[in-house]
Design a protein around this ligand. Structure first.
Ligand code: NAD
Ligand code: FE2
Length: 372
């Protein structure tokens, strides 16, 4: 028996910030991405909350790929304030930092938080609807995904106005992260009809809208669609799981400090080819290819898989993404140095378990080496 449910309430659209008016006379701890400080949109949010007699405390010392030391610092501030509501506004890093704080706070404090609300500012991680938080151990350069339902947000507010300021690079890398979530969830071991529906729709939107968002960041309609695709992909992988693109991307991010979405961009075309060895995965890739490019729906299944891998690369090229670590400026000798460690740690990553194919060490190393 499969049980299927979505826990986070999603408020979406240009007017979705109105939802904040439901918070009245609460103490609210806000974790906010530093780029927002001083912006008009942040002022709008603060004004909405103050008008309803809420008491606010803002924490904005968020760095990309949040380290565990930052979680401890933020947790200290939050514990001092003892909020009823926690509100995270920002990219995946700000949201994951907040989730880490909630996770550890619940372990040491007996006062639970009434409500956890998330407003994403990148169309990328889908973290607003997942029970996952990725925290970095800076001493050992390892990214640790924590997975626990205590971190699942109660509400997510998807407002495209929050993404308008996203620079082209952030738009490109986070958008390619969405594609990786959707394509990995589609073939993951726990995928079912429902998670497939979410993943397939997300993939369609990405191929239609991501370049438009990249080239014209002010296109509100495209921005909303990409924001929704990110959320759909998050819902899908939260239930279906991810795969070895993420297992390797977490190592590439930890050791070589490559932005998460970019690491996935480089890895995904190779992972798709390996995973097509699984008949079910192959069937799903072929089906999505036929939907995406009906005019190119000719040739063998193997050719369609080749086409899918090629389509991912050509999307990345349109987004000016470097396709290898060397193109990103990392010396081959440095990437090579980490080969054994990358293989060892990727196999321990929680996303490895749900990949449709269990690769040998040689195959895993081969994918890593192919992006040098
Ligand atoms: N929790 C999950 O389910 C999950 C899934 C995938 C990735 N992740 C993690 O999320 C992190 C990546 O998150 P991300 O891709 O959202 O990037 P990010 O949060 O690291 O943000 C990247 C940069 O863009 C800035 N930024 C964000 N939104 C902006 C906007 N609207 N305008 C201007 N600048 C903006 C940030 O300040 C930051 O400097 C990684 O640590 C990754 O491992 C988590
Ligand atoms: Fe990701």
């Amino acid at each position: 028996m499969n049980v299927w449910s979505l826990s986070t309430k999603v408020f979406t659209g240009i007017d979705s910030l109105e939802r904040l008016k439901s918070l009245k006379k609460k103490s609210i701890f806000i974790v906010c991405d530093p780029f927002l400080i001083g912006s008009l949109i942040f002022k709008e949010i603060i004004t909405l909350l103050i008008e309803k007699d809420n008491q606010l405390q803002v924490y904005s010392k968020v760095t990309p790929d949040p380290p565990i030391t930052e979680v401890v610092q933020c947790m200290d501030e939050m514990q001092g304030f003892r909020p009823e509501v926690v509100l995270a506004i920002g990219g995946g890093s700000a949201i994951d930092l907040t989730k880490g704080v909630i996770f550890f706070s619940e372990k040491i404090s007996s006062v639970p938080i009434e409500k956890f609300v998330v407003i994403p500012t990148t169309s990328g991680t889908g973290s607003e609807v997942t029970s996952v938080s990725v925290i970095t151990d800076n001493k050992n350069d390892i990214k640790y995904p924590l997975v626990d339902n205590s971190m699942l947000p109660d509400e997510a507010i998807l407002n495209p106005k929050l993404v308008l300021s996203s620079p082209p690079k952030v738009t490109a890398y986070s958008g390619m992260d969405v594609l990786t979530h959707a394509l990995e969830a589609l073939v993951a071991k726990n995928a079912d009809t429902y998670t497939d529906a979410l993943a397939e729709k997300a993939i369609e939107i990405i191929f239609e809208e991501l370049v438009r968002c990249y080239e014209n960041g002010d296109d509100l309609e495209s921005r909303l669609l990409m924001h929704e695709a990110s959320c759909l992909a998050g819902m899908s992988f939260n239930l279906a799981g991810l795969g070895i693109s993420h297992a390797l991307a977490h190592q590439v991010g930890g050791k070589l400090h490559v932005p998460h979405g970019l690491a996935n961009t480089m890895l995904l075309p190779h992972v798709v080819k390996l995973n097509a060895r699984n008949e079910n995965a192959k069937k799903k890739y072929v089906r999505i290819m036929k939907r995406l490019k009906p005019d190119k729906n000719i040739g063998s299944e193997d050719m369609l898989i080749e086409n899918l891998s090629h389509s991912i690369k050509s999307l990345a090229i349109q987004l000016d993404c470097p396709l290898s670590l060397t193109d990103f400026g990392i010396e081959k000798s440095l990437s090579r140095k980490y080969l054994d460690e990358v293989i060892r740690n990727a196999k321990k990553d929680f996303t490895f378990k749900t990949n449709p194919v269990e690769p040998s060490d040689q195959e895993l190393g081969g994918i890593y080496t192919s992006i040098h």
